[in-house]
Design a protein around this ligand. Structure first.
Ligand code: CIZ
Length: 327
């Protein structure tokens, strides 16, 4: 009953305030299934935030996702229900670290996973998500690329591309915990189980998985695969969310809850809408540079060639007087 009251109040306030609620795949089921205008991975949420006409965007996810929404649509009020919802990857590298890497590897382009702060994005040439990391790296046509901050995602991308990657040593505190031994044990106990893993897991865990993909790719794979028994090697709320959508599939749960994603709940979303808190701000000079990196990623998704990117970068530099490490 309490859930229904909260959901009703949130939906009413959302209409009254012309708010858009964007919900990441890792959010609790009561958020994901009841109040979302859009659910998805950070790439999908970024695209929605960019094109939104809402006055307020409530980002149910972690801080870097809300920052990305603000960067892409700076005139909007962007709220996050719990300002402490961080990310071990985003806090594992600073803008100073990126400047140090660039000085050690001059002229090598920097590809940054969106799980990073606005300051780090601002120091980068282009962003990527786990859904498009290989495509983004290859779009640059470079022999060598600095790929930050997730070392395991970097190793996964390295296994798919001939471009040499220079990696950083930060890991996702959740995905790093899964081991090949756990997965082998799961297989031994569950005949015919299909193992679906996220590329933030260790190379040894990925080596014994059947499918590797971003959260959205994992969801699509399970929904369309016709599997009877599945284990998702990722965040547990996502397993809860897909399980509700795929009643015919049995899930063996060795997933883990992300302590940051779990901070958001319905009472906090209601408070966010009522009190218009916690507003996410990005200083303009950081925002302009970070937007360039995120927009370049979105351009790759629209099928722009590296040549087109570099040409638009040249034009941008002329117009804005911005420096770029891409050229
Ligand atoms: O990009 C995202 O949303 C994250 C954090 C994971 C994924 O694979 O979707």
């Amino acid at each position: 009953m309490e859930t229904k009251r909260l959901v009703d109040e949130i939906r009413k306030l959302k209409e009254e305030k012309n708010a858009l609620i964007l919900v990441h795949n890792y959010q609790r089921p009561e958020i994901y299934h009841n109040i979302a205008d859009i659910t998805g991975d950070s790439l999908a949420l970024a695209k929605e935030a960019r094109s939104s006409n809402a006055d307020i965007i409530v980002l149910c996810g972690v801080h870097f996702m809300a920052e990305t929404a603000k960067i892409l649509n700076p005139s909007k009020k962007v709220l996050i229900p719990d300002p402490n919802a961080g990310c071990s990857l985003a806090s594992g590298i600073t803008a100073e670290d990126v400047r140090m890497l660039k000085s050690r590897h001059p002229d090598v382009p920097v590809v940054t996973y969106v799980n990073s702060s606005a300051e780090v994005k601002a120091e980068s040439d282009i962003c990527c998500t786990s859904a498009n990391a290989v495509e983004v790296v290859e779009s640059l046509g470079a022999e060598e690329v600095i790929f930050i901050p997730d070392e395991y995602l970097g190793k996964f991308v390295q296994s798919k591309t001939k471009t040499r990657l220079i990696l950083w040593n930060t890991l996702c505190e959740l995905h790093m915990e899964f081991t090949a031994e756990q997965i082998a044990d799961l297989r031994a106990k569950n005949d015919g189980i299909h193992i679906v893993a996220h590329p933030e897991c260790s190379p040894s865990a990925l080596a014994v998985s059947d499918f590797i993909g971003s959260t959205t790719a994992m969801i699509d794979h399970v929904k369309n695969g016709g599997y009877k028994k599945v284990a998702l090697i990722t965040e547990c709320s996502m397993v809860d969310n897909i399980a509700l959508d795929t009643p015919g599939v049995e899930y063996a749960r060795i997933c883990k809850y992300c302590p940051h994603m779990q901070l958001n709940d319905l009472p906090k979303v209601l408070a966010a809408l009522k009190e218009e808190k916690y507003e996410v701000e990005v200083p303009e000079e950081i925002s302009i540079k970070a937007r360039r990196s995120v927009e370049r990623m979105l351009a790759v998704g629209r099928g722009k060639s590296p040549e087109a990117l570099i040409a638009s970068n040249k034009m941008e530099r002329k117009e804005n007087g911005l420096e770029s490490a891409l050229l």
